[in-house]
Structures are given as structure tokens and as C-alpha cells.
Design a protein around this ligand. Structure first.
Ligand code: UDX
Length: 443
């Protein structure tokens, strides 16, 4: 008989996992404590932009394989495998991860499980959490039922969430027994049939793999951005540098795009939580480099503001078009977004900021309601003294310099993502610079 699954937490990770498990043929119930979320998911509506996911959601609500609830009692008496996919945000006023939701979800589940089952953690957690939760479950659960436990981190990227879940590049499972591992092999049978690597390990390694991957990616971005600071001083071309080192297969070209840096709901908080956890373990020095990675990343935002001031003088009263608010293209996510942070800093310096993002205006407006949001790049640029590109949406890459020139007050452009053909823009009379380029200060 096919496994029945519950997925606890219906945010990015949980909603995607639930819909993808239904797509794999399982019966799935998604659980959240937020009734509004459950109501909108039940109507087939997603609270975030993710290509392909709304279709999958509606498809499996229609097939009857996917439904949603707020009742732990319901899933506890029904599912064979329970996935925990709740958020682990950064704590307020601290760099550590907030485990309130993971702890609460595990506790509620353990209290309500009324048949033999498996609990599988997917959230990104500090090392040691899985072992602690497995003890907690053993203490709380009804002694007559048996529960297997595993940690199985998720590596999905926003914008590719469905693809990454259905065809992952690897599966990592830290299980408490061979029986639990066997069930996870059954869950992921389709990916295993095409030889997806399955890494069978312990709880601690499984937890660490996830944060190690994100720390590595963040370090790679800050590495190239540190070289940006060098080329900004001595000259040279950061893109060529990245291309050239990227040909070395040991290095690889991906995640070497210099620009305004990384943001989003994962990389920034994960490198901070890792430092906090490692310090807690008495290894303060070990991950100290990650605070440099974070600082280099945040300095890129300062650089954009510095360039803006240098280009157009004091920002108070100046009209600036900000192209992009999402933390990366093809996403409406503005969590820890460098683009939105820069827009807010320009606004706080007194500039009249017009923001346009193809998908993230609404989310950005919720976070920074005082910025002005408009409906196109041209509208944002109308009468602008300066245009700044901060999220590399393809529609911004396709802007034609001679056309944009007709609406601005002054042809000043900062390319915060290194994606524009600088020569073409200069040819059209623009004063344009990019992060990583030597900039001749007028002052
Ligand atoms: C990341 C990880 O890639 C994923 O495996 C994990 O599960 C969750 O965190 P995501 O947050 O969706 O995924 O974004 P990602 O595509 O990794 O980009 C992160 C940030 O880095 C973005 O702000 C992006 O603009 C920036 N970035 C990426 C760069 O600045 N330069 C690059 O070369 C690549």
C-alpha cells in the first residue's frame, strides 16, 4: 500500500514538498497552524511566487491526493511518514536560529501520533537538534506505538523549487535505523531509479551538510565580491576574472557573479546560525571567517550608496529609480534582500526613490511601505537623476539604453549585478558604472 504522508509547515519548503510528494503518487496532508494559509492553499492559492508550483497544487487538490488541515490529531492518526518543514528564522536580536517552531511542531506531533509512523526533519537546524528532538519524541509519545526518526535536509532553490524537489542532485538521510532508511528510500524511489546519489549518514552529518553547503555558497559569493573591492581600486574586470578562474573545474564558474551580494531566507541566516552554534560548542574561532563573509556581503550595499552619492552628489531630493526589490530574479521574496535594503538606505538619505520589481512590489511594500512602487522600469526611470539595477531580472537586461535615455532627467546608471553591456550604454551617452569596476570619483 502506498505511503501516506503529512508535511508540517506550509511555507516555501513545506508547500513545495507536499505538492511534490502528491505528484510522486503519495497521499499527502499539509498541516499548518495558520488557518488563513490553510484556507488559501485549499483554494489552490499560493502566498508566494514559484514557477510550476500553483499548477501542481491545483492538480493534486483535484486528484484528491493533496489536502490541508490544522489538526495534529488528524495527521497523527492517518499518516505513515511525517515531514517537518517549518521555518527556523533568525532570532530577534541574536544571530542564532529560532527553534520555537521546530520544537513546537515536533512536540505537537509526538503528542498526537496514534499509530506507528516515521518522523523526518527537513528544516535547516543547528547541529545537535535532531538528536535532541528524537529524545523528546521518545519521552512524549505513547509507549505502545513505534516511531522511526530521520533527518533529511532540503536543498531547494527558490525559483527551481519543484525541479529541485522532484529531481534533487543528492539525497542526504541521517536515520535512526535501517528500517527508517528503507522507508525514505521508498519515498524517494523515483529519484533513486535514475541514480541520484543517496548519502546515508548520522543525524549530525545530515544537519551539517545543509549548513556547510550554504556556508560554502555564501563564501564563494563573498570571495568574488572581495576581489570586486580590489578591482574597484586597481582596475581590471571582475567578470573576466570570474570567468578565468571558473574554467578551473576545481573552482567552477557558478556562484562567482560579483554584485550587490546574497540575500534571501536562507544564506544570510544560515551562516549566522552556524557561527552561533559553533561558538556555543566552544569553537569560536572555527567559523569566524563567516562573519567576514557576512561583512563583505553587507559592504557591497554601502558601495552602491557610495557610488550613487559620488555620481549625483548629496542624495536628498534626488530622484532615483531602483530596478529590482527581490533578493534574486524570478522570485517575489524580499527577505534580507540587498536590493530592498539599498532602496531603503537611499530613501533614508533623503532621495525620492521609485522602486519597480516585476514580481516583488507587493511584498516589498509590506516591508517598506514608505518607498514608492511603480509598474514598469520606464515609469521608475521617468525624470530620474540616477537608475540603479539591483536584481538581474531578464526584462532589465533587455532595456535599450537609447530608449531609457528618453525618459530620464540625467543619464546615470549603476549596474549592481554586473549584467549590462557597459560599452553599449556608454555609447548611448550614459554615465554608467558597475560593482567591481574602477570608478573615477568626480570628488
Ligand atoms: C539557497 C541555496 O542555493 C539552496 O540550496 C538552499 O536550499 C537555500 O538557499 P536560494 O535562497 O533560493 O537558495 O538562493 P540562491 O539561488 O542560492 O541565491 C542566493 C543569493 O545569492 C541571491 O541573493 C543571489 O542574488 C546571490 N548570488 C548568487 C550572487 O550574488 N552571486 C552569485 O553568483 C550567485
Amino acid at each position: 500500500m502506498s505511503l501516506r504522508m503529512s508535511v508540517i509547515g506550509t511555507g516555501y519548503l513545506g508547500a513545495t514538498h507536499a505538492a511534490c510528494m502528491a505528484e510522486l503518487g503519495f497521499e499527502v496532508i499539509g498541516l499548518d497552524i495558520d488557518q488563513d494559509k490553510i484556507d488559501s492553499l485549499t483554494r489552490g492559492e499560493l502566498p508566494f511566487h514559484e514557477p510550476g508550483l500553483p499548477e501542481l497544487l491545483r492538480k493534486h487538490i483535484a486528484t484528491g491526493r493533496l489536502r490541508f488541515t490544522t489538526s495534529y490529531e488528524e495527521i497523527g492518526g492517518w499518516a505513515d511518514v511525517h515531514f517537518i518543514g517549518v521555518g527556523t528564522p533568525q532570532k530577534a536580536g541574536d544571530i542564532a536560529a529560532d527553534l520555537t517552531f521546530v520544537d513546537a511542531a515536533t512536540r505537537s506531533l509526538a503528542e498526537n501520533i496514534s499509530k506507528d509512523a516515521f518522523i523526518v526533519g527537513k528544516s535547516t537546524v543547528p547541529v545537535g537538534t535532531a538528536r535532541r528532538l528524537s529524545k523528546m519524541i521518545a519521552e512524549i509519545k505513547n509507549p505502545d506505538i513505534s516511531i522511526g526518526f530521520a533527518w533529511n535536509p532540503e536543498f531547494l532553490r527558490e525559483g527551481f523549487a519543484v525541479e529541485d524537489t522532484l529531481t534533487p542532485d543528492r539525497l542526504v538521510v541521517g536515520a535512526d535505523s535501517a528500517v527508517t532508511e528503507k522507508v525514505l528510500r521508498e519515498v524517494y524511489a523515483r529519484a533513486l531509479a535514475v541514480d541520484t546519489p543517496f548519502i546515508s549518514t548520522d543525524f549530525e552529518t545530515a544537519e551539517l551538510v545543509k549548513v556547510a553547503a550554504n556556508a560554502f555558497l555564501a563564501t564563494k559569493i563573498s570571495f568574488i565580491n572581495a576581489f570586486s573591492e580590489v578591482t574597484e581600486t586597481v582596475g581590471g574586470d571582475i567578470r573576466t576574472l570570474a570567468d578565468a578562474i571558473g574554467f578551473d573545474v576545481r573552482i567552477g564558474r557558478r556562484f562567482l557573479n560579483a554584485g550587490v551580494g546574497f540575500g534571501g531566507g536562507c544564506l544570510p541566516k544560515d551562516i549566522r546560525a552556524l557561527q552561533a552554534r559553533i561558538s556555543e560548542l566552544g569553537l569560536e574561532r572555527t567559523m569566524r571567517f563567516l562573519s567576514e563573509v557576512d561583512e563583505i556581503n553587507l559592504r557591497r550595499r554601502d558601495r552602491v550608496v557610495y557610488l550613487a552619492e559620488d555620481m549625483i552628489g548629496p542624495l536628498a531630493g534626488k530622484k532615483i529609480a531602483v530596478l529590482g526589490a527581490a533578493f534574486k530574479p524570478n522570485s517575489d521574496d524580499v527577505r534580507d534582500s540587498p536590493a530592498l535594503d539599498v532602496a531603503a538606505r537611499l530613501f533614508n538619505s533623503g532621495a525620492d526613490v521609485n522602486v519597480y520589481d516585476p514580481k516583488a512590489n507587493a511584498n516589498a511594500a509590506k516591508r517598506f511601505p514608505r518607498l514608492k512602487y511603480v509598474d514598469s522600469a520606464f515609469e521608475a526611470a521617468t525624470q530620474a537623476d540616477l537608475v540603479i539595477l539591483l536584481t538581474e531580472w531578464s526584462e532589465f537586461r533587455a532595456l535599450v539604453p537609447t530608449e531609457l535615455a528618453t525618459v530620464v532627467a540625467n543619464r546615470n546608471f549603476i549596474d549592481g549585478r554586473n549584467v549590462m553591456p557597459i560599452d553599449e550604454w556608454e555609447h548611448a551617452g550614459w554615465n554608467i558604472t558597475a560593482l567591481g569596476r574602477k570608478f573615477e570619483s568626480k570628488n
